[in-house]
Structure formats: C-alpha cells, structure tokens
Ligand binder design. Sequence first.
Ligand code: ZN
Length: 311
Amino acid sequence: MICIFDAHCDTLMTAREQGRTIWQESQEGHGDFPRMQAGRVACQILALCSSREKDSSPLNQVLIGIADLHRALEEHPGAFLIREAEDWQRLRQGKLGVLLALEGCDALEGRPEPLEVLFALGVRCLSLTWNLRNELADGVGDETGGGGLTRMGRQVVKKAIHLGMVLDVSHLSTRGFWDAMEMNEGVWVATHSNCRALMDHPRNLTDDQIKAIAARDGVVGINFYPPFLTTAPQATIYDVIRHILHVVELVGPEHVGLGSDFDGIDACPLGLEDVTKMPQLVESLGEAGLSQREISLILWENWLRVFQRVV
Ligand SMILES: [Zn+2]
C-alpha cells in the first residue's frame, strides 16, 4: 500500500490558535494526528511558523509550538519525532513519523546561535524567510527590493548544513533562490511551491527554478492552495495533478512530491478538503497514466530519499 509523505502543514501552530489539539480528532481545520493516520500519511513535516506581528516574540512562538508537540507525542503514542537515522526504521509500522521544520528564520532574531538549540530540539528543515524580508534574505513579498541572501543568511545556511538540515526555498525571493543555488552546497528543496508555467503567482517556481532544484536532486512539494493552482473560481484535485504532471514532464517523477499546506490555507481544492482525502491522489495519479512505481516515488519515496540524505 502506498503511504503519503507530506512535506508541509501548519497544523501544529494552527491547532493552538483554533483552541484544539493536534493529538485529538477534530472537525475543525484540515488535520490532526488521527486524521493524518486515516489519510495514510506515514510521515508529516510540521512547520513552526512565527510572526513579528504577534504579542510574543517569534522565538517564544516557536518554543511554544515545540512544547505543544512534546505534549502531543506523550498523548498520542502512535506518533514519533524523527531526529536521527535510526528513527527512519520505525516508519510504516502503522505509526506516524513527524519532522519539524522552521518556516522563516525570524525566531533566530538576527543571530545564528539559536539554530543550534532548535536543532537539538529536533528541527531538521529550514526555510530562511516567510514572505517578508528578514536579517537573512528577502522573501517573495519583498521581491521588488531585488535582494537575495545577506551575509547572515549565508552564515545560517552553512550552519544548517553543518548541523544536518534540509534547506527549503519556498517563500524565498527570486534573487535569494539563485544566491542559494550558487552556494553549491547543501540539500535544497521547495517544500510547498507550485509551477509558475501553469499559474503565474510569485509563490510559484519557474521551470528554470524547478530544473535547478532537480539538478541538485531536490524535490518540489505541490501546494494545495487554490490561488497557487489555478485562476478558476474552484480548484479541484485535478489541478494538483496538473502541477504534479508538469514537474514530471519537466524533470522526471523523482523530483516532485506533496506539500499540502493544510491548516495554513483558507481554502482547499474540491476532492482534497482535508488530510483524510489524501489517498484519493493515489487513484487520480493512476487515472492520469502514472505507474504504481511513479506514484510511490511522488507520494512517498522522493521526500524520504532527500531527508534520509541529511537526517
Ligand atoms: Zn508557507
């Protein structure tokens, strides 16, 4: 049976905002541990997002997210945190493996040192920015400034590589993206970004960017957010399939996966209303003409390959 590896959701942080917990099944939001398991998700990357607009500091927000995860892992023994190589062996034994990702480095507050602590707490994937500029780089929302990676940004990238983290270009400005590629070290992916050739949105990647990620054996995770998928008033699961097929045609089935963005998006495609609907993708990709082998790469193996290289 093909399992699902989803490279991005905001469920850990959103559950707290919605007054629910990630370990108890709820009708609210797009997912929780029981619903992930019902959706055959065997590995889920949980994003630690933070905002400078909130009451507490970005670092505090991230630490509270990690505390929530610790509580959740105690309450739900079916889930475990992947921190080191031997943890991979526990996957697919009916359990849910989770990885922690820091989305945007605002929590570092302009210093590289906190990254070591966040690594010790289990963070294994790092994106430098959210949409706005920070000390490390420009985000896509500040694209007009034309800024790429700063000196601090490069320093943090080197530290992340040294510690053993996968680097994520989603939300990074175009200039920042190419600065990152030119550094020519580290494992780079886009955990939740789509194809600019199909939908002209600044959060989506051009064909050249997708080729650059593939050339470094990275993976692009297709995002379910309707405005990144289509201009049509109602996105459907077939739009997700279209974006997957575009990457397959461009660079092969080894470089595309899922990055749902569940609980970080305010609308979902028809047919993918929450994480329990994930298995529908197995059927739809089959109907689109992909083999079981290719479907397994896209939904499971590609992300596993990339993360096992680093963790
Ligand atoms: Zn995001």
